[in-house]
Design a protein around this ligand. Structure first.
Ligand code: 5GP
Ligand code: ZN
Length: 112
């Protein structure tokens, strides 16, 4: 399967890693949209939030359980935003589930 984030997860494509374990990987976004912009992905290929179900969604809870540790490492003590873009209308461009962590400044409140 030709998936950029699967290739990043298995090391085929290099990335600037922030956190990694057997289930998830956090790495810096190539085109940052905030002073700090990191992506957190499950290593397992799940295309998007719309493909989550009772069989594969445990990793989402696991990702969120690690976000305080990841953001502490990034120095985001004053807060941050977690974003998931889902499918066409959500603006998703890479079809491997990922959560954007944005921070390092007071972010705009405009959500749409
Ligand atoms: P989406 O628009 O799907 O929510 O977000 C995809 C994100 O992946 C974008 O912010 C884009 O900059 C980032 N991205 C795309 N390709 C690569 C890559 O090869 N390496 C890294 N580090 N980020 C990437
Ligand atoms: Zn993938």
């Amino acid at each position: 399967m030709d998936c950029i984030f699967c290739k990043i997860a298995n090391g085929e494509i290099p990335s600037n890693k922030v956190y990694e374990d057997d289930k998830i990987l956090a790495f810096y976004d190539l085109e940052p949209q905030a002073p700090v912009h990191v992506l957190v992905i499950p290593k397992e290929h799940i295309c998007c939030a719309d493909a989550l179900n009772s069989e594969n969604s445990a990793v989402v809870g696991y990702i969120f359980s690690k976000i305080p540790e990841i953001t502490a490492k990034l120095g985001l003590t004053n807060g941050y935003r977690i974003v998931n873009n889902c499918k066409e209308d959500g603006g998703q461009t890479v079809f491997h589930l990922h959560f954007h962590i944005l921070g390092g400044k007071k972010l705009n409140v405009n959500m749409a």
